[in-house]
Write a protein that binds this ligand. Structure first.
Ligand code: OAD
Length: 243
């Protein structure tokens, strides 16, 4: 039987080493859509058709238009009580690692430090040929400037489907997941690997796994406490910070 909120809170309080994995669900109460929920389509396209080298090669302007819209919505969003609770938890625990699949920078804006951004971020664009970088503002990337003078194209600094995660980021996340005695997974469907494996494969058998998600996921089977509720309502209770 799944443990409840009280036991999960006690485990977190007494943890020696905490590893946290978040997904887009933690930002949904900041007004940002998840990928696979209601509104998970953009126009009529699935995320896999946009967030891939093939999608970009086929129509770079379309892909940048999607990311530019997302950038604008990130800029208009604020971190919520869930993001803030994780930052507070980190401030209290010496051995704490936060890995996120999100590219919205809301964990950083909530005060989390050393965030492992498994899928990159939307703070920069980079040339796919020479590696030149450009900062991205809320106004997004100008569609007329996608072609770079070196012959390459500027693309978002995101890890797309079919691409490898940044090696050092992945190594640090996998090591922290293996070391942790308490693992907290928040707002992810657990459908995208290898990120989900940080929770399903890397933690030791004795690690206590807490899932915060309104719905059951493939990760729920591994969860010792499957807490059914939202990040902004449950995380402050778990971390004992005011909502
Ligand atoms: P998904 O859209 O697949 O899953 C979102 C999860 O958040 C679902 O399980 C929801 O039940 C849950 N959820 C919704 N609202 C919530 C709330 N308020 N509090 C807690 N949980 C909530 O998104 P991800 O798992 O993040 O990758 O998707 C993983 C990756 O797939 C993304 O990083 C992205 C996407 O393709 C790339 O773009 C490379």
């Amino acid at each position: 039987m799944s443990a409840g909120l009280d036991e999960a809170r006690t485990r977190l309080l007494g943890a020696r080493s905490i590893f946290v994995l978040t997904g887009s669900g933690i930002s949904s109460e900041s007004g940002l859509p998840t990928f696979r929920g209601v509104g998970g389509f953009w126009r009529t396209l699935r995320v896999e058709e946009l967030a891939s080298p093939e999608g970009f090669a086929q129509d770079p302007q379309l892909v940048w238009t999607w990311y530019n819209e997302r950038l604008a919505s990130h800029a208009g969003a604020e971190p919520n009580a869930g993001h803030r609770a994780l930052a507070a938890l980190q401030a209290r625990h010496g051995d704490f690692t936060l890995a996120t699949q999100n590219v919205d920078s809301l964990h950083l804006r909530a005060g989390s430090r050393d965030v492992l951004e498994l899928h990159g971020n939307l703070r920069e664009a980079r040339c796919d040929l020479c590696g030149a970088r450009r900062l991205l503002g809320a106004e997004g990337f100008p569609l007329a400037e996608i072609e770079h003078e070196c012959g390459g194209r500027f693309r978002p600094d995101i890890v797309w489907f079919g691409e490898s995660l940044p090696y050092d980021v992945w190594e640090r996340a996998a090591e922290a997941a293996s070391r942790a005695d308490v693992v907290l997974v928040v707002g992810t469907s657990g459908l995208v690997n290898p990120a989900a494996q940080l929770v399903t494969h890397y933690p030791s058998g004795s690690a206590f796994v807490i899932e915060v998600n309104p719905e059951a996921t493939p990760i729920s089977r591994r969860a010792d406490a499957a807490l059914r509720g939202t990040a902004a309502s449950l995380l402050p209770e778990l971390a004992e910070t005011p909502a």
